[in-house]
Each structure stands twice: as structure tokens, then as C-alpha cells.
Design a protein around this ligand. Structure first.
Ligand code: BEZ
Ligand code: FE
Length: 300
């Protein structure tokens, strides 16, 4: 080691030596990792003072962009793939037994990012309700079953659904207080079945007018997410899953700005002409789509 390397290694150890022995053990582990990896990164990059100052100014702007409706730090985490990495590790940890079960018939539905537009307390609606009525976009009929990993139907399982409209705009992004749109909670029947109407989702950009947008442009990346509808699926006794269904014909499936796409979540939207009858007997006066998907939950 050169004398300079000795000196910088001493700084890392000096910081770690100041950590109290009786600090919370998990906190000790995390802060030790942060110090080690941050120091190693700075050494690896041989980071210059003005570069470090630019990083501090960037993070300051990220903080200043946050308000009651906007969380730029989560967007930063999402666009750097960190949110999705945490989601994947969490699902692997919580579904370990189900994933190792050799007698299981199906794997738990893959989780993906929650995103910033979840709104707790969506209306509880009867199966078959239409949450897309009057909204921009083409109607879509969603149906399927929710079972456990052995194929047993899960009755009374909650499917909490939300999405942007057919132009990719969420209620929370609209000016003024428009209230909840395109949201609902449905409970499965005794066979684990669910069905409801909404719209076929459209691709849309994550907010790109702040520092995260600047970062994406500097990286040569677009800000778009492929068309998707969000679902949170839960019932006591099962590992809940927060996920999306992605429209199979949407652009950006292979370059989602937040790395949330999983092949198992890509669903064909079967298009039907105006005038055809929907599965619930409705005579449709405009073109509509049918999306079928079966969800699988791991036992808790
Ligand atoms: C969304 O799916 O709505 C979303 C997810 C991550 C960042 C921004 C938006
Ligand atoms: Fe979304």
C-alpha cells in the first residue's frame, strides 16, 4: 500500500471505530456498510471535490422537489432500480417456504414497485363494477382467479386496483381536488374469482421536470413506463403482493423507466369490436378489451 492509500484506509476505519458498541445491531450493520461502500466508491472513482459538491447539490435539489404530492427521492430510487431490487429481495424473503415447496403447483405472483400513486381507502365495490366509467380510454374487462400455491381458491381475497386513465394520467396528478378515479377494492367470490371493468392502460412518463428528469437525460434515458394497472392482493393468512399487469402490446415493455416489468406480468388485451357482447352480457357500444389473469399468493 502507498502512504496515501494507508491514510485514506485509516479514515474509513476511524469512522467505523466511532460507532458505539451498544448501537442497535441492525443499524450498526447498515451504517457500517454505508461507510465502507461509500468510501470504496469514492476511492474507486478518485472523486474530485467539485464532483462531490455537484452530487450534494443534486441531492439537495431532490429534497427541495419533494412536497405533499411529490416524492423525488422515491423517484430517484425507482429510476436507479433500487426500489425494484428491494421489492425482489423482500418477496424472496417472505415467500421463501413457498418458493422451496416441491409440491407447489404455482409460484407466487411476482411483485413489482408500488409507485407513488397508491391511495389507501379506495371504495369497496361489488364484483363486476366499472371503475372506468366516463374516463378517457377504451373499456377493459378484467377477470381471473386468486389461488394459493397449491391451486386452492382464496375466497374473500381483496384486490385493490388503481391506474391512470387511458391517457396515462392519475387522479393524484390532476389539478384541484378531483377525488378518487379509477380505483376500487374487490373481494373474490367463493371460487376465488374476480371481475371488474376499467380501462386499457396507456404508457406514460414518470415526472421528468425535476432533478431526476435531468439525471435521466444525462444518462440518455427516456422517462416512460409501459401501460399497466396496479393491484395489491391480500387476505389474512397469505403473503400480500403488490404488483401490476402490463399490456402486452404497449411500447416500453423492454425499457420501463423504473425496471418494474416481469415477463409473468405481461398480459394480452384481447380486442373486441363495437357491438359485440361482453362476458357479463353487456352489449358494447364501442370497442373493448378483455384481460385475464390468475393471481397466486403464498401462505404466510
Ligand atoms: C407508477 O407506476 O405509477 C410509477 C412508479 C414509479 C415511479 C413513478 C410512477
Ligand atoms: Fe403506475
Amino acid at each position: 500500500m502507498t502512504q496515501q492509500q494507508h491514510q485514506t484506509a485509516d479514515i474509513t476505519q476511524a469512522v467505523l471505530d466511532r460507532l458505539a458498541d451498544d448501537a442497535d445491531p441492525r443499524f450498526r450493520q447498515i451504517i457500517t456498510g454505508v461507510v465502507r461502500h461509500a468510501h470504496a466508491l469514492i476511492r474507486e472513482l478518485d472523486l474530485e471535490p467539485d464532483e462531490w459538491m455537484a452530487a450534494i447539490q443534486f441531492l439537495t435539489r431532490v429534497g427541495q422537489t419533494c412536497d405533499a404530492k411529490r416524492q423525488e427521492f422515491i423517484l430517484l430510487s425507482d429510476t436507479l432500480g433500487i426500489s425494484m431490487l428491494v421489492v425482489q429481495l423482500d418477496q424472496a424473503r417472505r415467500s421463501k417456504a413457498a418458493l422451496a415447496d416441491k409440491t407447489a403447483k404455482a409460484r407466487p405472483t411476482e411483485a413489482t414497485v408500488q409507485g407513488p400513486f397508491y391511495w389507501e381507502g379506495a371504495p369497496v365495490l361489488p364484483l363486476g363494477s366499472d371503475i372506468g366509467k366516463g374516463m378517457p380510454g377504451e373499456p377493459a374487462y378484467y377477470s381471473g382467479r386468486i389461488t394459493d400455491t397449491h391451486g386452492k381458491p382464496i375466497a374473500n381475497c381483496c384486490l385493490d386496483v388503481w391506474s391512470g386513465d387511458g391517457e396515462g394520467v392519475y387522479d393524484m396528478q390532476m389539478d384541484g381536488d378531483v377525488g378518487m378515479r379509477l380505483r376500487g377494492r374487490f373481494h373474490t367470490d367463493s371460487e376465488g374469482g374476480y371481475r371488474f371493468w376499467s380501462i386499457k392502460p396507456f404508457y406514460y412518463p414518470v415526472p421528468a421536470d425535476g432533478p431526476v428528469g435531468d439525471m435521466l437525460r444525462a444518462m440518455g434515458r427516456h422517462p416512460n413506463r409501459p401501460g399497466h394497472i396496479h393491484m395489491m392482493v391480500y387476505r389474512d393468512g397469505y403473503v400480500p403482493v403488490t404488483t401490476h399487469l402490463f399490456a402486452a402490446d404497449s411500447p416500453y415493455l423492454d425499457s420501463d423507466a423504473v425496471f418494474g416489468v416481469r415477463d409473468s406480468l405481461i398480459v394480452p388485451y384481447e380486442r373486441h369490436d363495437k357491438g359485440t357482447k361482453a362476458p357479463d352480457g353487456r352489449a358494447m357500444d364501442r370497442p373493448w378489451h378483455a384481460a385475464k389473469y390468475d393471481f397466486v399468493l403464498a401462505p404466510a
